[in-house]
Design a binder for this molecule. Structure first.
Ligand SMILES: Cc1ncc(COP(=O)(O)O)c(C=O)c1O
Length: 362
């Protein structure tokens, strides 16, 4: 290729998604496999969202509502925010990209917990900026004092993943308040709450509590997890109206498609589905914790719908062996934990199947 590509593009680490069931079954010639690797909703999509999709499909010859009027209004009501504070995205990934485009210039820095969601590094590097990685602490939680210590004159933003993917640890209110008090106001705080609905610790902080604060805190949420709409791609950011206005300038005009808008608005009203989802995930977590303890395996309790298990041997080999049993999990070598797997909670029968496969493999 004879094109002149900026060097920082060549060094972007490729995002490696969870292995799709169809790919596994093609490669191994098996059927009936299960995927517990991408923190998806094991119950499927919200039934109210599915019903809304059917009704909306007759309008697919029209462009989507570029402003996402109805969904934005419903979200504003749901969050006690005003519509001007909400920006819709093609998944919350899309918001991460918009924030990087608005905030970062080549040579700027963004502070990123490590390990955490890989997209932070990708969007920062795509803008020619430098991800400054700060290791998690002994408890596998974000080390806020260490993150503060990395703030320099070129720091433009800090990513807080709450709860953190892949460790499931959450930041508590007092720790976050201390962090904000010490952080210069010119640094944007991005609180990624993709798994917030699953949190059981009542002391866990939400970025939304700082919407009226004088400093800028952006909260990102998604319909991909608790609402079961990962395949439709819809997420949102809640922030100061002036920043929202800038994000809307770099946002692709029709970034959230018609079906995604309609389904997300319907899912937001589907309280029964959300309750059932949380019950399934929480009961699944407690069941798996008990079963793993019984087997003498170490795991890390989580505030999300996934958690880490220390398999005490190369996780990649365990991952491969589980694949042969038709069970997809996520090996954590690429995240710096060569002996850990990350397991997304499934349906009760999927959790039992995982345990049977793990017993066979270990
Ligand atoms: C921490 C975190 N943030 C954001 C996302 C992206 O979510 P979305 O599907 O809304 O783009 C994920 C998805 O895995 C995630 O783990």
């Amino acid at each position: 290729m004879k094109l002149e590509i900026p060097p920082y593009i060549h060094t972007i680490p490729p995002y490696v998604p969870g292995k799709p069931v169809e790919e596994l079954e093609r490669e191994y010639g098996i059927t009936g496999s299960i995927k517990l690797a991408s923190n998806e909703n094991p119950l499927g999509p919200s039934p109210k969202a599915l019903a809304a999709l059917a009704a909306a499909s007759a309008k697919l010859h029209r462009y989507p509502d570029g402003a996402g009027y109805e969904l934005t209004r419903r979200l504003a009501r749901h969050l006690s925010a005003n519509p001007g504070q909400i920006v819709l995205g093609n998944g919350s990934d899309d918001l991460l990209g918009m924030l990087a485009r608005v905030l970062l210039q080549p040579g700027d820095e963004a502070i990123v917990p490590d390990p955490s969601f890989l997209m932070y590094t990708i969007v920062v590097q795509s803008a020619g900026a430098v991800p400054v990685k700060v290791p998690l602490n002994q408890e596998l939680a974000m080390d806020l004092p260490a993150m503060l210590a990395k703030v320099g004159p070129r720091t433009r933003m800090v990513f807080i993943c709450n709860p953190n993917n892949p460790t499931g640890t959450a930041i508590r209110r007092e720790a976050f308040d201390d962090f904000l008090a010490a952080l210069p106001e010119r640094v944007l705080v991005v609180v990624d709450e993709a798994y917030f609905e699953f949190v059981r610790d009542s002391g866990c902080v939400s970025g939304l509590a700082y919407l009226a604060a004088p400093r800028t805190v952006v909260t990102l949420r998604t319909f991909s997890k608790a609402y079961g709409l990962a395949g439709l791609r819809v997420g949102y950011g809640v922030m100061d109206t002036a920043l929202a206005e800038l994000l809307n300038r770099v946002r692709m005009p029709f970034n959230v498609n018609t079906l995604a808008q309609v389904a997300a608005a319907a899912a937001l009203d589907d309280d029964d589905f959300l309750k059932k989802t949380l019950a399934t995930v929480h009961q699944g977590l407690d069941f798996l914790y008990t079963e793993l303890s019984r087997r003498g395996l170490r795991y890390y309790p989580s505030q999300a719908n996934f958690f880490l298990i220390d398999v005490g041997r190369p996780a990649d080999r365990v991952f491969q062996a589980l694949l042969r049993q038709g069970v997809i999990v996520r090996p954590m070598g690429a995240y710096g934990y060569p002996a850990f797997i990350r397991l997304s909670v499934g349906l009760p029968e999927e959790n039992r199947r995982f345990l049977r496969a793990l017993d066979a493999v270990l």
